[in-house]
Design a binder for this molecule. Structure first.
Ligand SMILES: [Zn+2]
Length: 443
């Protein structure tokens, strides 16, 4: 279950850092880079005849056609990656079951020790190493070659591989804890394990979200306090105006891995912090930075992390209910052939991953729509908090470096976990048209 585990970690990171935008370090702009829209196009400048549709079109027209074609290609390729990832996972799981590799790994774990929790850890280690190797070609293509091809990755192969090694260790430890707890629950509570399984998974997610900024993020990146009042003063002013008890702004060196821009507002009480990545800091205008941080403040003030966890719990209960039915059904038919003794047997893991992949594949539009609705709320909050509709439009254009700007309605519903660039610019321009009194001359 490395991909499941990676998905869990990604989910954690999504909760922690809603990555907003994409941009390369200065001086190394890739072919996909959008222009820095530092001046507001004439049709988007405040006036008595301000028209949000014309203003939106003027911003979209500022994007070079070839750069836009590349980002469309990258993003549409991502739709196919959802399908290939799913099919690849299905094939790997079926191999592990039908060749009885899963049963052999369990047998080896049982020969090493009679202590059940330790058997689970050993099985998990074997499983993780084997599936990481089997997934390696796909991982290299998807997360290294493809990202480099589109100018979104900044690492060479060596450092990238180093990060993958660290991720493997994190998965080894976190996955061992989770699988030990889940198999313990299944063996002890044979009738109600699916409810308790959902509860354990939810608690584990909360644990992962809590430890991530302190123990996981520093494994991959360096976080330092930002000391530039020109940037921090307006942000801290906005924080106070929105009841956010942050005293400092932090910077994370995301440019080590990626050209994407992002920021987040996370934690509570003493751990409360506002963090922006160095890509946003170096390439975003002050207006853009404020719009993005306003958006992140929206996530925080509107308690999106907590709502996300509530939503995840509903998904987890539904997922475990589906697992209970589908595991029994499959094991009755093929359990003997695969040499799996029952739901509490660790050798069942590839089947769990197979069924879980089907469940989440079918749920893709639902998950996307939930996150997208939160992102829209954060956009509107950010506009009100920052009063920077043009900063917001610039941000949406930078995001257009890796996200298709103008999808069809069905496409947006199925595949977008953020509103599309066109939607975000239009929302900003409509806000501007109805709040012209807040605009400075020339904006
Ligand atoms: Zn967001």
């Amino acid at each position: 279950m490395p991909r499941t585990c990676i998905a869990l970690i990604s989910l954690t990171l999504v909760f922690l850092s809603c990555s907003a935008l994409a941009a390369p370090a200065p001086g190394t702009l890739p072919a996909t880079a959008m222009p820095s829209v530092l001046t507001v196009p004439p049709a988007a400048q405040a006036s008595d005849q301000f028209d949000p549709v014309a203003a939106t079109d003027a911003y979209l027209a500022a994007m070079p056609a070839d750069a836009r074609a590349r980002s469309d290609a990258y993003f549409e390729g991502g739709y196919w990656m959802i399908l290939w990832d799913f099919l690849y996972a299905v094939v790997v799981c079926l191999l592990l079951l039908n060749l009885r590799w899963s049963a052999s790994m369990r047998n080896l774990a049982e020969r090493i020790t009679h202590f059940k929790p330790l058997q689970t850890i050993i099985y998990w280690t074997e499983y993780l190493l084997l599936t990481t190797a089997l997934f390696f070609p796909l991982t290299v293509y998807e997360e290294f070659l493809r990202e480099r091809k589109y100018g979104l990755a900044t690492q060479t192969f060596g450092p990238w591989l180093g990060d993958q090694g660290k991720l493997l260790l994190v998965n080894l430890v976190l996955g061992a804890i989770l699988s030990m707890m889940l198999f313990g629950v299944v063996r002890r509570l044979q009738r109600t394990w699916w409810i308790w399984g959902a509860i354990v998974t939810e608690l584990f997610l909360i644990f992962a979200v809590l430890i991530s900024p302190v123990y996981l993020q520093p494994l991959f990146n360096k976080i330092t306090r930002l000391d530039d009042p020109k940037v921090t003063a307006p942000i801290l002013k906005m924080a106070r105006a929105n009841g956010i008890p942050a005293k400092d702004v932090y910077e994370i060196d995301a440019s080590r891995q990626t050209t994407r821009m992002s920021a987040n507002v996370s934690g509570f009480a003493n751990t409360m912090r506002i963090t922006m990545n160095d890509n946003l800091l170096h390439r975003g205008s002050l207006e853009e930075i404020q719009a993005v941080i306003g958006h992140e403040m929206g996530h925080y003030v509107l308690n999106h992390v907590y709502h996300g966890m509530e939503f995840f719990f509903i998904v987890a209960v539904a997922g475990f209910a589906f697992l209970r039915g589908s595991l029994n059904w499959s094991l009755e038919r093929w359990g003997e052939k695969w040499q799996i003794r029952g739901v509490g047997d660790t050798a069942v893991l590839p089947l769990v991953v197979l069924l879980g992949s089907m469940f989440f594949f079918a749920l893709t539009p639902v998950m996307n729509s939930f996150i997208r609705s939160q992102e829209h709320e954060a956009d509107m909050y950010g506009l009100n908090a920052s009063r920077q509709p043009d900063g917001m439009a610039q941000a949406a254009i930078h995001l257009g470096e890796y996200r298709k700007m103008s999808p069809g309605p069905l496409e947006e519903w199925l595949f977008y976990d953020h509103p599309s660039g066109r939607t975000r610019i239009y929302d900003a321009m409509r806000w501007k048209s109805e709040n012209l009194q807040f605009m400075q001359p020339g904006q």
